[in-house]
Design a protein around this ligand. Sequence first.
Ligand code: FPP
Length: 241
Amino acid sequence: MKNDKLPLPKIDSRLNSIGIIMDGNGRWAKKRLLPRSAGHVAGAKIIKQVLSDLREMGVHHVTLYAFSTENWKRSKEEVDGLMELFYKYLDEQVLGALRSDKSFGVRIIGDKSGLPERLRRKCIEVEEASGDREFICNVAINYGGRDEILMAANAAFRERGGEITKEDLERHLYTSHSPDPDLIIRTGGENRVSNFLLWQGAYSELHVTSTLWPDFGRADIIKAVEDFYSRQRRYGGVIEE
Ligand code: FPP
């Protein structure tokens, strides 16, 4: 059966929030003797279908890792290309989708102040066009988990003027509007979290697939969901048999 015709798995409220580390664009391009930028373009193209599948299954929050605070170390050519791709994607795909579909929302998480001014303004425009919607996609751009925790702790400290609680800190996380991810999927085969949702992912199940991001399709979603439901989430406790 063709990948996009496979029936989607049934899920329940245990799988409400998913984080995705979209890795492998460069290798996908290299295998085809294409520039890395072609891998990123191919990676952007599949996002819509993946979100649509996850939403149809009943997931309400998806967080995509698009650009980390460490990704600035890449060549200027690649970084500039990614910034341009994010701008075009938000402008051409996301704004239109937000206007035509009132149950779909987008938030940009990360340090927007470090982005090129044009992209920063586009991120704000997208968030203003969005709002609290039934399905939320968080796009992490210039995002780093350690920076986020530090930023949130400082903001909470300033607010409280003294010792802070877990709840104070969580109110200041970029993702305060979304529940912690139940599942984090990483494509491209590396067994690392790479500074993604460090606080929020403390108890997330991790599913790593060797599939490169531009090839990620329904068969991979099915495997990730099966893997998730094969685990017993104990949150550090013990489940009585
Ligand atoms: C990691 O693959 C991917 C990125 C750093 C960029 C992610 C961007 C996209 C999926 C495209 C656009 C996204 C949006 C939100 C429009 P890599 O380059 O590290 O791959 P490699 O490990 O094979 O080199």
